[in-house]
Design a protein around this ligand. Structure first.
Ligand code: NAP
Ligand code: ZN
Length: 365
């Protein structure tokens, strides 16, 4: 079949301020032992872990907590979580946190159902479809991981990320509780917000875009443009927080279909080698990639600039983001390595004009 567009998101999305207190009500009756996968500090510090444990306990459900997920989680961390699920006969995984916790939880739900190590699963061409019942609860508004099938796991030896995904690895339920995002400090709010913007823009510009994803991407770009300054200037603006969470979710649906672009492909290196947070890495690179794409897809770039009322780099400057790569301690070798790794990724090949490693180095200068 030619020219067939597909839009497939099996996740049930629930938007409920304060909904975490009633998380047990979201689980089907057979969920009796839950593995809660979360980060090292914030979920405990802000009381979210206890809210989940209390809700599940009052419904007669046991919770096993795995709170060891680091930022940009490794394959080993996800594998440890999966083995804990197996050992304790968990039939449900709840991922709570930023994209790191959600991605590790997603992998644990697959490893915990199949009994296959995460390393092996990543290598398999035909991956099994099983996964444990999986609920994703984002506490940042940026990655949209609760709306995607992707679990991005860091390969720290190769300075890149591997993606564990199957047609069935979307969360069963995504709980969008904006109250959980209010505790984000300003930098995290900004870095995660621009990640959502990057997903929407990259998905809009990639050669894998389709009419469904275009409409979603334009809506996500608009919602971020209207709300990101509000949540930075007034962190308690719950209505703007909720809009950012929804924009992040919609941008996640876009990349679930389109993937990202050369921007994310390059950004993984900036994160793993130079320590830039995921969203900030994309914010620094996005304008440069959009400029490259404008040679091939000028009409779409015009739409983006009309919505942002700026070009992408100038929009980032309104958020006080320094977009000069020269200010982030990159050596010439870093630039070449980063470009070489990114050039091999399918998301770079799907970027209009399919930039080669040399062309990536040029556009980064
Ligand atoms: P993150 O790495 O999950 O978290 C960053 C920091 O924010 C952590 O220190 C975390 O603390 C803290 N934090 C999280 N929620 C908070 C809250 N409500 N209040 C205060 N602090 C909070 O950041 P992220 O940008 O959300 O996720 C980035 C990861 O997502 C990367 O690994 C990236 O590759 C992945 N990603 C996945 C997809 C996908 O489709 N699957 C898409 C884009 C990005 P704790 O560690 O203590 O929790
Ligand atoms: Zn991202």
């Amino acid at each position: 079949m030619k020219n067939i567009y597909k839009y497939f998101i099996p996740t049930e999305n629930i938007v409920a301020r304060g909904g975490l207190t009633d998380v047990a009500a979201l689980l089907p009756p057979y969920c009796k032992i839950v593995l809660l996968v979360t980060g090292k500090n914030s979920a405990r510090k802000f009381g979210y872990t206890d809210i989940i444990i209390d809700s599940l306990k009052s419904a007669g459900i046991n919770t096993i907590v795995f709170d060891k997920v680091e930022e940009d989680p490794s394959i080993e961390t996800a594998d440890t979580a999966a083995k804990i699920a197996l050992k304790n006969n968990c039939n449900t995984v709840i991922g709570l946190g930023g994209g790191s916790a959600l991605d590790a939880a997603k992998a644990a739900a697959i490893g915990g159902a199949t009994g296959i190590s995460i390393e092996k699963l990543l290598e398999m061409k035909e991956k099994p479809m099983e996964k444990l019942f999986f609920v994703a609860v984002p506490t940042t508004a940026g990655t949209g991981s609760e709306a995607t099938q992707y679990s991005l796991l860091s390969n720290k030896e190769k300075n890149t990320k591997l993606n564990l995904a199957t047609e069935n690895s979307f969360p069963d339920i995504a709980l969008l509780d904006a109250e959980l995002t209010v505790s984000m400090p300003v930098n995290l709010t900004r870095n995660t917000g621009v990640d959502a913007l990057a997903h929407a823009i990259e998905g809009y510009l990639t050669t894998r875009a389709n009419p469904f994803t275009d409409i979603l991407a334009e809506s996500a770009i608009t919602t971020v443009a209207e709300n990101i300054h509000k949540v930075i200037n007034n962190p308690n603006d719950i209505s703007a927080r909720e809009k950012m969470l929804i924009a992040s979710n919609i941008a996640g649906r876009v990349i679930a279909h389109t993937g990202t672009s050369a921007c994310h492909a390059l950004g993984y290196y900036l994160t793993l080698v130079n320590g830039l947070p995921h969203g900030l890495a994309n914010a620094v690179l996005l304008g440069k990639i959009v400029k490259w794409v404008s040679k091939f897809s000028p009409g779409k770039v015009e739409v983006i600039e009309r919505i942002l009322k700026n070009n992408v780099e100038d929009f980032m400057k309104t958020l006080n983001i320094d977009v000069s790569l020269s200010n982030y301690n990159l050596t010439d070798d870093d630039l070449i390595n980063m470009a070489n790794i990114a050039a091999g990724r399918s998301s770079t090949k799907a970027t209009p004009g399919s930039p080669s490693a040399n062309q990536l180095v040029e556009l980064l200068k």
